[in-house]
Unconditional design. Structure first.
Length: 404
């Protein structure tokens, strides 16, 4: 494979290019990025950057000279309009065509917008890109009443930052518990109580019917029960949608993302898809899965670089994630969406505990709150292909570390 074109300049796209050069790939590499910024880290956007603890320069994965030194052509503020699979070309918005031998789609995802009247008012913001964070930072510093719509990771991280900055914060979550799609009730209750203890008004089962304003600026959020919550800033965090439109238009199979095989290749042998935009089989999942994490982006980038170099192998990296809220660190390992049993280790009241998730008696994932040793043990366990029964985990004195 001579020339590799990468659509997407996020963590996954960058990783493919960097790994190819590290493996001595000597053909042309072109990265096409829609944003104006060099590839950067997304996780700090909703936390350290908004709080003023991280500068834009520290977010960059590599400085500009890295791409020059490694002969990686990176084109920013560059929108791809279509894929011409027959000609093996990428068509840019201005009509220019970029030829490829191998194509990697690392197009990421876009925010899910809230479909209610008033959603386009000034002061209604999302956090996905560096540009979003730049817009949010001065507004959250100046805000008094902040409403966060969505009780998932992004929403709660933004709520914690706004609270620390002295804002009065209300979290509106449509479901009956926080982070309901990804954690057990034990974790949901812990984080509800954590945020409430910091003065955040967490409202569950709260639907949003309208965002209201004056002079085109938000003043409040109207809920399904008829109440209106005052707001001079609204942050919406209700998930992302995979950017698979290019792939769909090019006739590639998509299912909540671009469908790839175990080696991350699409039905077209010259095209791969990785990161937030890809739906793939995984040995720890029942069916296809799409993961939104730094770990997944990095490991899939390395896997595709190997495949391009002629060393294709199934992607089987152990998934792990994290979330920082206040001084509390949640670390997750495994895939827990289809659990049927849990065991809690440690003391929830102390803020140091782990929840073990099981399916059919076998361990499938671990959530650790301020327990990094349990998280590390879990990653080692899964990495070695080991498991623990729910019965064993309930044994008095049980320790994860003793089973590594």
């Amino acid at each position: 494979m001579h020339k590799v074109v990468i659509v997407g300049a996020g963590q996954a796209g960058y990783q493919v290019a960097a790994s190819l050069r590290a493996k001595k790939f000597d053909g042309p590499i072109v990265i096409l990025g829609e944003e104006a910024a060099l590839p950067y880290q997304r996780p700090p956007l909703s936390k350290g950057y908004v709080k003023g603890e991280a500068k834009e320069s520290t977010l960059l994965l590599r400085a500009a000279d890295f791409y020059v030194t490694n002969n990686i052509e990176i084109r920013l503020d560059c929108r791809v309009a279509a894929l011409d699979r027959g000609a093996r070309q990428v068509v840019l918005a201005d009509g220019e065509r970029v030829a490829y031998d191998g194509l990697v789609l690392a197009t990421g995802g876009r925010v899910r917008t809230i479909p209610v009247p008033g959603a386009d008012l000034a002061g209604v913001l999302y956090v996905r890109t560096l540009a979003d964070a730049k817009t949010l930072k001065p507004q959250i510093e100046a805000a008094r009443n902040v409403v966060v719509i969505g009780g998932g990771f992004i929403g709660l991280e933004c709520a914690s930052v706004a609270s620390v900055l002295g804002c009065k914060v209300v979290v509106l979550e449509a479901m009956e518990r926080l982070m309901a799609r990804v954690v057990s009730p034990v974790l949901s209750d812990y984080y509800r109580d954590l945020h409430r203890s910091r003065g955040v008004d967490v409202r569950l089962g709260a639907s949003v019917t309208e965002i209201v304003g004056e002079s085109s600026r938000v003043t409040g959020v109207r809920c399904g029960d008829g109440t209106t919550v005052p707001a001079d800033l609204v942050v919406v965090g209700i998930g992302i949608i995979a950017n698979d439109d290019l792939a769909k238009a090019a006739g590639l199979t998509c299912d909540r993302g671009i469908v790839v095989d175990a080696c991350l290749r699409t039905a077209d042998p010259d095209i791969y898809a990785i990161g937030d935009c890809a739906t793939f089989p995984h040995p720890m999942a029942d069916g296809l899965v799409r993961l939104e994490s730094v770990q997944n982006a990095i490991d899939q980038g390395k896997t595709v670089a190997d495949a391009i170099m002629g060393d294709a192998k199934p992607y089987a990296a152990v998934p792990w994630f994290w979330s920082d809220q206040y001084e509390v660190k949640l670390q997750i390992v495994g895939l827990t969406s289809q659990y049927d049993d849990t065991v809690t280790l440690g003391d929830v009241a102390s803020g140091k505990f782990s929840v073990l998730y099981f399916r059919n008696g076998g361990l499938i994932g671990i959530d650790s709150v301020n327990m990094p040793s349990d998280h590390v043990a879990g990653r080692k366990l899964f990495g070695a292909g080991k498991s623990i029964s729910a019965e064993a985990a309930r044994t008095p004195g049980f320790s994860l570390r003793a089973h590594v």
